[in-house]
Design a protein around this ligand. Structure first.
Ligand code: FES
Length: 72
């Protein structure tokens, strides 16, 4: 389904950009090689990105273990 008519971005492309760690629709569009034009799609695009990050199994921020946590 097309989310952004101006740039012909589909939901799958926006979700894929989100899976690279991008959390902002503007940055996702930049990663896809464009930028918002009319801006009418931004709320829907941002919701897709937010859902992608909230989904079970979504890439989380890297886990940083405290020093010595894996000792033993
Ligand atoms: S529909 Fe996305 S910028 Fe216009």
């Amino acid at each position: 389904m097309y989310v952004c008519i101006c740039n012909a971005y589909r939901d799958a492309e926006i979700r894929e950009a989100a899976r690279t760690g991008l959390r902002c629709a503007h940055k996702a569009y930049a990663a896809l090689g464009g930028e918002p034009r009319c801006g009418r799609c931004l709320p829907a695009a941002q919701e897709l990105i937010d859902r992608e990050h909230d989904a079970p199994g979504a890439l989380a921020a890297p886990v940083v273990e405290p020093p010595g946590a894996r000792a033993g």
